[in-house]
Design a binder for this molecule. Structure first.
Ligand code: GLC
Ligand code: CA
Length: 567
């Protein structure tokens, strides 16, 4: 029987390289899903996507001009990192007005046009809501710091010092003190990130009301949801209990502390429930930047009654930092069993690009296609990072004076910051990769000559072409949209194989995560496929021209093979 499966598999493998995906069941099955479950999300760092006015910084009109590209790629929703007025100390994650657009990115009119043009292409717009802190230039904070009796004083966290120093031992994430002394009123304010990012006091009901209103403001303008920034850090212990020491040092060389009194406090969940109630009124989605240490923590973010975040990111998936079939298998099984809808991310603006993290220096492009074949075929919603579909790589600063990111400025040379993964989108092999006529705020890596939209669009085997095919497949194959996830050959140390199964058909994914050729034998009878027909949907390697040994499928080093099975 096994023989028969493999023979059929190999025959079709040789004959139908470009089999068209079926969409017969799509209409009937799709209705049970929420829009965000069927959607592919795409993160845009607006400074670096497309520069319409040639000042070296990307902008909203630049994004609008690229909507056709995104539509053809198969993107359903874009998440734009903060584009609100900001002194740009943390490149927008220091917001000085939540209800406006930074002039550097355009106007409110440009924003409205972006939303309506996106809508014409069935693309939804998600904004980034920086909930934990504002900029120190926000009018709330300017008032707050003006006097101890100001109306906004209690909107932030002000405390007296202790023994001539800060109120307690809490540390900022950015390698600086978490308490900043303010001479004018002789008190310290609390900043989990940079001193220019003072933490809001979420225990003050007025703060909560104002922030909830911000979401209504944008929903009314057609926004389809928010990515909630740094949700772990919303609340602090009101008694300011010192954090206990924990072993080792952090990336800035400071002794570690377990941040139990200033992160992940239970009160966070009350706020998420409030945000969710409003989101539900607008059919909107809440995506969380959720840095969880295990699945139990991740589970919490969905809410006990599914009434918090619909899409907490499984950022643990991205911490599997080398290709490892057992590690990914374990991680996928864990998130798949968490009870909520999984969210897969392999790159973002805070993480070294996946091309660098997984590449072995020899098979980098194959590995990029292999990783795409993984996270775009799992049960859950993927969030792509701009340029990942091209195989963009990091361009890290070489000298301290070139660093723009505050983390890198503080942490150099041990922590070089996040500039490397935020370089301009590579549109073509023209100057500055076609991003801008002016010198861009960050320079593109030399690889833009080969890894760019124009060049890769012409090559049917490029990373971009593989992404396009994968996204088309995700939208057309009921088994990818609705199917269950079943791990196969769970003892295999090299090849990650799984089935996505829906009714009578299934997608079989086989990913060789090793640098040597692998043969795999599958027994699909327990999955209900006694004599299946296999059709190749996609692979990242040249198909064999003669039949392989009958009872096995051959995968070259880092080979990825996606087939469809019908009974
Ligand atoms: C989040 C953002 C990061 C930012 C930080 C502070 O982690 O992703 O880019 O620096 O929050 O807002
Ligand atoms: Ca610009």
């Amino acid at each position: 029987m096994l023989e028969k499966i493999a023979i059929t598999a190999m025959m079709i493998l040789c004959s139908s390289l470009t089999a068209a995906p079926s969409n017969a069941q799509q209409q009937t099955d799709a209705h049970a899903r929420q829009w965000w479950q069927n959607a592919v999300f795409y993160e845009i760092y607006p400074r670096s996507f497309a520069d319409s006015n040639n000042d070296g910084i990307g902008d909203l009109n630049g994004i609008t001009s690229k909507l056709d590209y995104l539509h053809e790629l198969g993107v359903d929703a874009i998440w734009i990192t903060p584009c609100f007025p900001s002194p740009q100390v943390d490149f927008g994650y220091d917001v000085s007005d939540y209800e406006a657009i930074d002039p550097m990115y355009g106007t409110m009119q440009d924003f409205d046009r972006l939303v309506s043009e996106a809508k014409k292409r069935n693309i939804r717009v998600i904004l980034d809501f920086v909930v934990n802190h504002t900029s120190d230039q926000h009018k709330w904070f300017l008032d707050s710091r003006s006097s101890k009796t100001s109306k906004y004083r209690d909107w932030y966290i002000w405390r007296d010092g202790k023994n001539g120093g800060p109120p307690n031992n809490w540390q900022s994430e950015f390698g600086v003190p978490a308490w900043t002394f303010d001479k004018k009123t002789g008190q310290y304010y609390y900043n989990y990130f940079y001193p220019q990012q003072p933490d809001l006091n979420w225990r003050n009901p007025a703060v909560k009301d104002a922030m909830l209103d911000v979401t209504r403001f944008w929903y009314k303008r057609g926004v389809a949801g928010f990515r909630l920034d740094a949700v772990d850090t919303l609340f602090e212990d009101p008694n300011l209990t010192d954090n206990p020491p924990s072993p080792g040092k952090d990336k800035f060389g400071r002794p570690n502390f377990a941040r139990i009194y200033n992160t992940k406090l239970p009160e966070v969940h009350d706020v998420l429930q409030d945000l969710r109630k409003i989101a539900d009124q607008y059919d909107a989605v809440l995506i969380g930047e959720t840095w969880t240490k295990d699945i139990a923590e991740l589970k919490n973010y969905y809410g006990e009654h599914g009434n918090e975040l619909q899409m907490p990111m499984d950022l643990m998936f991205g911490t599997v930092n080398k290709l490892s079939a057992p590690e990914f298998r374990r991680q996928i099984a864990a998130v798949d069993s968490a009870g909520g809808w999984p969210v897969f991310v392999i790159s973002n603006h805070d993480m070294v690009r996946s091309y660098n993290r997984y590449g072995d220096g020899v098979h980098n492009d194959e590995i990029a296609k292999l990783m795409a074949s993984l996270y775009l075929t799992l049960r859950g919603s993927p969030i792509m990072y701009y340029g990942e579909e091209l195989g963009m790589q990091n361009n890290d600063p070489k000298r301290k004076e070139d660093v723009k990111d505050p983390q890198g400025i503080t942490g150099w040379p041990g922590e070089i910051g996040r500039d490397g993964e935020r370089t301009p989108m590579q549109w073509s092999d023209a100057k500055n990769a076609g991003f801008s006529n002016a010198k861009p705020w960050l320079l593109v890596p030399p690889s833009y000559k080969t890894h760019n939209v124009v060049a890769e669009s012409k090559d049917p085997n490029s990373i971009l072409s593989v992404y396009r095919q994968l996204l088309a497949m995700r939208h057309n194959e009921p088994a990818l949209l609705n199917g269950t996830y079943t791990a196969l050959n769970e003892d295999d140390p090299n090849v990650l194989s799984y089935l996505r199964k829906d009714k009578n058909e299934a997608i079989l994914v086989m990913l060789n995560m090793s640098n040597s050729p692998q043969k795999i034998k599958l027994n699909l009878a327990p999955q209900g496929f006694t004599s299946p027909k296999l059709t190749v949907l996609l692979s990242n390697f040249q198909q064999p021209t003669s039949a392989a040994p009958a009872d096995s499928v051959d995968l070259p080093p880092f080979g990825a093979l996606i087939t469809k099975m019908t009974k």
